[in-house]
Design a protein around this ligand. Sequence first.
Ligand SMILES: [Zn+2]
Length: 287
Amino acid sequence: MGMFRKIKKSKNFSFPIKFSAVWPIAFATLFLGACQAVNTTAGGAVGIDRTQYMAVSSRQVEQSSAKSYQKTLQEENSKGNLNADAAQVKRIRAIASRIIPQTGVFRPDAPRWAWEVNVISSKTVNAWCMAGGKIAFYTGLLDTLKLSDDEVAAVMGHEIAHALREHSRERASEQMITQLGVAIGGAVLGFGQLGNDALSKAVDVTLSLPHSRQHETEADRIGVELSARAGFNPEAAVTLWEKMGRLSESRPPELLSTHPAPESRIEALRRDATLVYPFYQAANKAR
Ligand SMILES: [Zn+2]
């Protein structure tokens, strides 16, 4: 009230901010109110600690991922490529059944997710885990790189780590924020359209878009700890990425296009493998 009187008394009063500038600020304030600051995981021994800004819900991202996963499985099934190699299916599911219980170290809810693990017969050198624990391994990755069980666990740990950290939800949220800026400028998109675009981005980031280097580093670090705790030699992460690097000289693996190498990945993995090695030893003593 005092402030108001003061302004009213001023002789040369003019409104300090143009109306056109007020609306974006008002929108942004509203929007940031809806934007949630979270840390999706506990740090683990590797100590991941980074605040993430989420503008879409886990549930929305999980639902659209589950839909996209079913669609992928149906397509591969119609071509006769879904779980056609019984021995590999058994092997990959056995490795997953050891890693999944360890996810509780980073997120208590994760061991109870509706996990699915499927193997696609294809020359594609790839593997991924969608939001909510929907995993696919391609036989091309297993055969071309002749992966050991420890190396499979290294890939799986890495992919699962992306899902635990909800990296695709984070990317969808970034998309939402960017597009909201565009919408404020042009007032062209409705909120519904914004949400749909953001959710399709969440799927794209698993299947076709490169993860950021920061996300890669987090997935590397959490992945190494997950595989060690499951009783797989964490040093296999080093040989895995070395093999991947050698292959990329002749035929770039699909997996590398979605998982670009952070600088000095190999050295960092070697350091982390040493750090988590005691978990590997303890797990094998217990087995
Ligand atoms: Zn990755």
